[in-house]
Design a protein around this ligand. Structure first.
Ligand code: FAD
Length: 437
């Protein structure tokens, strides 16, 4: 297994690790095991799937290289955002009208579903349903958002368009021309959510082993055999790979590593702020993400810290210069925070696909993968657990709200880093061109 030190450091330095309480007890795999279903990866995707399988009485073993929530799930912005990035027309073009309708019906409810799971299982994760705003950096962008909001409202989504003045009131900056408010959204402490899902899955009967990197996957007579770094094995009738942006820790399958391009996203957080500063910042429980292609996203945590996220370096370096864009964005939007010291700096890997749609893949009989959440996975992956549990328990694919495909490796995947650098520059150029006030 490749130990990528910078990735472990990103977890250790995270605000969420500092405020996430105790990790659940997930001992390493110490004996060979047999199970119906084995899952690799203990982020929201794997944990929610394990939870839903266990709740249905299916025997499930989840193996995680580090500990539940170590990947993107325990390090993200904690913004609970309903839906996919696409509208119905775009989805129809990509997957056909019938599947498009099912996908949008499911995606529209993902924030409700995720908060529903949190409520039902009483998961302690600082969940506050204060809405989500996608801010507009230009008048043309706002016009597009208005059209999008009309279509969403027609489908029953509780969305509205905010004027520049309303953005100043709610977000505390005059940098935007307006925004789209979705009342379904909100915020969580993501590592606490991952740990809560892990504990709930264990209570329902799932076996979760941390510090258990899977280093080999093969087909044996009794089923699929997962071999951990310490030589212990899990044999299962079915295996689901939920390794997302960290699929190359041990490249078990080209299907997962080559279907996504991992990007690092960086976040930094202040110490808890004074009431005076907080009163002119987004309210606790409100998530804000930009409509810019090279976007920033920000929020306040449960103790009044301001958290700003943005792109950083492509190699995952945690040098201070990797946070330059986050600092620059914070300065242009909130000059009054410029002198406030930052206390935490961390990063994590987002897994991007070529069409911004997730990849649910049947790699071989009994072997599947679910990756590629394109930086919008908190609500989506938490909700997806029941869908993946349906798929693994043989619910017909035509009844699922996401298409199950075959692997589609990205051509010239080895060029990902230089290509990503060029893509970021091009997107920044387009963002600047759109900024007409
Ligand atoms: C900095 C950042 C900010 C983000 N902000 C938001 C946000 O505000 N809102 C939002 O909706 N989404 C956000 N996202 C995206 C969201 O976090 C992800 O979409 C989601 O967490 C993906 O969950 P996952 O379970 O698929 O993957 P991960 O949580 O990445 O889990 C994959 C796991 O697989 C494990 N693994 C890999 N290989 C092996 C192996 N061989 N053996 C055992 N285990 C293995 C890894 O250790 C890892 O724990 C953000 C992501 C990042 C990185």
């Amino acid at each position: 297994m490749t130990i990528i030190a910078v990735d472990d450091q990103g977890f250790k330095q995270s605000l969420w690790t500092a405020t996430g309480g105790d990790a659940p007890d997930c001992p390493p795999l110490q004996q060979d095991k047999q199970t119906d279903i084995a899952i690799v990866g203990g982020g929201f995707t794997g944990l929610s799937t394990a939870l839903h399988l266990a709740e249905r009485g299916v025997s499930v073993v989840l193996l995680e290289a580090y500990q539940p929530g170590w990947g993107a799930s325990g390090r993200n912005g904690g913004q609970v955002i309903a839906g996919l990035k696409h509208d119905l027309a775009e989805l129809e073009r990509l997957v056909g009208p019938d599947m498009a309708r099912r996908m949008i019906g499911f995606a529209d409810k993902t924030a409700d579903t995720a908060f529903g799971i949190i409520d039902r299982l009483k998961l302690d994760c600082d969940a506050v349903r204060g809405g989500w705003i996608q801010s507009s950096h230009g008048v043309g962008v706002l016009e597009e958002q208005k059209k999008k909001a009309e279509k969403m409202a027609a489908r029953g989504r509780a969305v509205s368009i905010l004027s520049k003045e309303e953005m100043i009131e709610r977000v505390g900056t005059d940098w935007y021309v307006g925004g789209l408010l979705d009342a379904a959204g909100g915020t969580v402490q993501p590592l606490k959510l991952a740990r809560g899902l892990a504990r709930a899955a264990q209570s329902a009967g799932a076996q979760i082993h941390g510090e258990t990197p899977v280093t080999n996957l093969s087909k044996g007579k009794q089923g699929w055999v997962l071999t951990a770094a310490n030589g212990m094995t899990v044999t299962a009738a079915k295996v689901l790979l939920c390794t997302n942006g960290y699929s190359d820790l041990t490249p078990l399958q080209n299907a997962t590593t080559r279907s996504v391009v991992p990007f690092y996203s960086y976040q930094m957080a202040t110490a808890p702020l004074s009431d005076n500063l907080l009163k002119s910042l987004p309210a606790q429980g409100l998530g804000v993400s930009e409509a810019r292609r090279v976007l920033s996203y920000y929020r306040i945590d449960s103790q009044g810290r301001f958290i700003m996220g943005a792109r950083g370096k492509l190699n995952g370096s945690l040098d201070q210069s990797a946070f330059d864009l986050a600092r620059q964005r914070m300065k242009e939007m909130y000059p009054r925070l410029d002198s406030v010291p930052m206390e935490s700096f961390w990063n994590g890997r987002v897994a991007v696909t070529t069409d911004s749609l997730p990849r649910l893949m049947q790699i071989a009989p009994g072997l599947g993968a679910a990756v590629g959440w394109n930086g919008r996975g908190v609500a989506m992956t938490t909700s997806m657990g029941s869908v993946l549990a349906d798929w693994l328990t043989d619910v017909p694919q035509q009844d699922l709200p996401m298409p199950i495909g075959t692997p589609r490796p990205i051509p010239f995947h080895w060029l990902k880093r230089p290509a990503a650098g060029i893509a970021v520059q091009w997107k920044s150029f387009l963002d600047k061109r759109e900024r007409k006030l």
